[in-house]
Structures are given as C-alpha cells and as structure tokens.
Design a protein around this ligand. Structure first.
Ligand code: C2O
Ligand code: CU
Ligand code: CU
Length: 459
C-alpha cells in the first residue's frame, strides 16, 4: 500500500481502481461511491454488519488534485437515510453534505452528485452526516487526500485511518453508544484500529522519505500519538502546512489528535533493511502500537532536507484588529429535552447545549443560526467549555486559526477542528469568506447528536 495509487479500493461501485485514481497529469477525479453493508476480519473472524463503500474492505482513500474538479456520485445502498460530508474541505455550501441545512437526506437508492474543486491541498476525510451514530460507528469514515500542485516528492505516502470499534469478544458489534457515555466523555470503542487492523503493518523504501498521514476518524477517542526516536517532523496539521514543522511526538510529549483531526508527518526511513518505525497512542502511561512501518530494499539515502517545504494553502488571513468577537458556551443541557433529529437519528435524550440551549442536531428546520457573519469580515470566536468533558469543536466550510487558550500554550495553526479540554476556553479567528449555512458542532458524535450541534450563517 505504498505510493499514491494503491491505497484505493478497486471495488468502490461501478468504477475500477483505474478510474478512481487520477494520474498526476489527468487532473480531474470522478468516483462513484455506494454506501453498503460490509464484513471484515479486523481480528480473527469476520465482523458482520459493518458499513463501508464495498462489501469487504474499509472505505477507500480518495485522492484528488488541488485546483482540479472532483466529482463523487454517492448512492445510498442502505435502508436508512444518509448524506456525505467532506470534512475540512472548503467547498460550495450545497456540496457540504449536511442534511436539511445544505441538502435533503438520501433515501434508499438515492444518488447525490457532489461536485467541487479543492483549493487546499492536504489530508482531509469523509464521513456521512446523517445516521452517523450507526454508519460512522460501523465503519464509514475514510481518508481524503488532496495532492499538492507542486509535488513535494516523497518516496512513499501512507495514510492511516485511526478509529475504534465497539466489539464483543466474538468480534461482533455490541451496543454502539451508551447513555452514560453520551452524557459525559463519550462511549469509547473496545478495539483500537489503524486502517481497520489491530496493528497496521506497512513497508517503505529504506532510507526513503515517507509521508505519514494520521487521521483521527473515531467518533470519541482523543489519540495521543507517540513515536519511538526517529528522524522526522510533523509538517501539517488538519490539512494545512505548519509554518515551522514540529518535532516528532514522544511518549512524554504526545501529539493529541481529537476526533476529526489529522497530522502529516515526514519521516526518513532507517537506512538498514528490516528496521521498524513504530507509531503508538498513549493509554495512560502505556504505549499501544497502532502501526509499524518496516524499511525495505537498499537505502535511498534521502535526508529530511531534501524535502521541499509544503506551500501554504490559499486561505484568507483574519484581520485581528478589525475582528468582531463572539462567545459560545458549551455545556450540559439545562433541561431534558427530547430528541429532534428528523430522519438522521439521535438518542432518546438531550444532554448538551450551546449557549445554554440544546440544539436539534441535523434537523435544523425552524432553527436559526447561532451567529450570522458578514461575508468578507473577520471574526474571533471565543469557545468556552463549561463542562469537565472534552469537546473537539468543528466548523464547516471555512478554515480558522487557533489563537490562544486559557489552559495551555498554543502555537497558532490553521484548523477546522479544535479540542476544548475540561473548562478550557479557546479563541479562534476566521474570515467569513464562504457564503452559506455551515454546521458548527462537537465531533464527539454522541455529543453532536444530543444537543451540541448548531450552525453559523455567512451572508
Ligand atoms: Cu466531520 Cu460536521 O463533520
Ligand atoms: Cu466537517
Ligand atoms: Cu463534545
């Protein structure tokens, strides 16, 4: 699975592998994706009742080219409703895949034609935005990669989709979410996986430059990524290049990737054949291996300095002096309201609130925006968590800068998802440069579905 082409599943409905990948010169990409039931051997026996885009494997990595048209015809092969969302991509509002807000949910056998041209290169992901407590929990979260117009020239590119599954000891699904989890820190999975494996093994050319793309697509878990001492740097976060790369995370200083976040890591493989690079997540003090990358062949003798730095994406820089400040408070729900999620699924209760009001999640009919922003203006949004639980807050349609926190030192970065820890307040800045109604919610899916999901309007 090394190199840009091979990570794509051939069987994603109607189109073969060749048509799913666009070559470097043929810029535009077109895919047909069909949501369907799947089974897969995560462990030793098949786990049944999974959801994917082919009957027998994880959702494919979708590759597209920066500044080139992308087309996805998404068909719902399931009996429940759905819609597909492209997390982190700045696109026209109609293409954002949020039921009721930007489109109607897809019934069985309905097809939606998603069309957009990504301006930003980097690592993103896709997932449904309807019946997510079923469809995402059962597997439908995939990696989406926008190739840089200027190829940075890695020798291998390894996307790693990190997520849990809630399985019993017989490897079959158990209750996907619990009330207790939804009302507090979220329901964690029982099996941690990387590319749907308990431990994902890969190889890359010895002495070669590898681009590792870590995608936290789990509905709940905060990954605390650690690596044993190796030669490399973190070069991008949430799709966007870091202006100054970060050192590799260690067990003592892990890199936190909360639900929805991504990190790109540039690595030099060991020169000797058969040596491993190990990527782990910290569980308390213990490192749990997620993936091992083994060096293969004779050394390419590459150095980190051989890498051309990634070009910044064409984002609008907020004008902090002129920015309007708005505060949002995230917390428990003041009273117990029933669910109101239209055709897109919920739990029996509402546990969470934005500005002390529980929000109806995906069913936005008759619900106004949390904030209306004027197109082209800059805003600072103060996000205040008044609960002891973590909330990765995600904004659709625009990319913001994480400015500061009252709890920790922050290096400002471009992002679409920012983690609020216990009682933490974080300020983000954004230019309202994309007109439309944009979902704004916690990416702990149970929180999103029980009150912590609204939207902002740009007009
Ligand atoms: Cu990752 Cu509203 O989405
Ligand atoms: Cu999103
Ligand atoms: Cu939350």
């Amino acid at each position: 699975m090394v190199g840009s082409g091979t990570a794509i599943a051939a069987s994603a409905v109607g189109l073969g592998a060749a048509s799913l990948q666009s070559s470097k010169s043929a810029a535009s990409t077109r895919v047909a994706l069909k949501l369907q039931k799947a089974r897969y051997k995560i462990n030793t026996v098949f786990t049944e009742n999974m959801v994917s885009l082919s009957p027998d494997r994880p959702p494919p990595v979708i590759w597209m080219d920066q500044y080139a048209p992308f087309a996805a015809d998404v068909t719902n092969g399931l009996s429940e409703y759905t819609a597909m969302h492209w997390h982190g991509i700045r696109l026209p509002n109609k293409m954002d895949g949020v039921p009721y807000l930007t489109q109607l949910p897809l019934g069985q056998n309905d097809t939606y034609h998603y069309r957009f041209t990504p301006d930003d290169a980097g690592t993103y992901w896709y997932h449904p935005h309807c019946m997510t407590m079923e469809q995402m929990a059962r597997g439908l979260t995939g990696v989406l990669i926008v190739r840089e117009k200027d190829d940075p020239k890695f020798d291998a590119d390894i996307p790693i989709n990190l997520r849990d599954f809630r399985l019993k000891s017989d490897d079959q699904f158990t209750q996907l979410f619990t009330m207790k989890g939804a009302a507090r820190g979220g329901t964690k999975g029982t099996v941690i996986t990387a590319n749907w494996r308990k431990e994902y093994q890969e190889s890359a050319p010895a002495g070669g430059l590898v681009r590792l793309r870590l995608v936290a697509s789990d509905p709940t878990r905060n990954y605390k990524i650690a690596m044993a001492k190796s030669d490399g740097k973190v070069i991008a976060l949430d799709g966007h290049p870091l202006s100054k790369p970060w050192s590799l995370p260690t067990e003592a200083k892990p890199l936190i990737l909360s639900p929805g976040q991504r990190a790109d890591i540039a690595l030099v493989m060991p020169r000797e054949e058969g040596k491993e690079i190990v990527i782990s997540t910290m569980l308390g003090q213990r490192a749990r291996t997620l993936s091992r990358i083994r060096s293969k062949g004779s050394s390419l003798n590459r150095k980190l300095n051989d890498l051309r730095p990634l070009k910044p994406n064409p984002l609008s820089v907020p004008d902090l002096k002129k920015a309007e400040l708005h505060e949002f408070v995230f917390g428990w729900s003041p009273d117990e309201n029933g669910p109101n999620n239209g055709l897109c699924g919920s739990m029996e209760f509402t546990f969470w609130s934005i500005n002390r009001k529980p929000w109806p999640g995906d069913a936005v009919k008759d619900t106004g925006p949390l904030l209306t922003m004027k197109q082209g203006r800059s805003y600072v949004l103060r996000l205040r968590n008044e609960s002891p639980n973590h909330h990765p807050i995600h904004l659709h349609g625009m990319t913001f800068i994480t400015l500061r926190s009252n709890k920790r030192k922050i290096t400002p970065t471009w992002s679409d998802t920012v983690l609020l820890g216990r009682n933490e307040t974080v300020e983000i800045a954004v230019v309202a440069d994309n007109p439309g109604d944009w979902a704004f919610h916690c990416h702990v899916i149970e929180h999103q579905k029980t009150g912590l999901a609204g939207f902002v309007r740009v007009e």
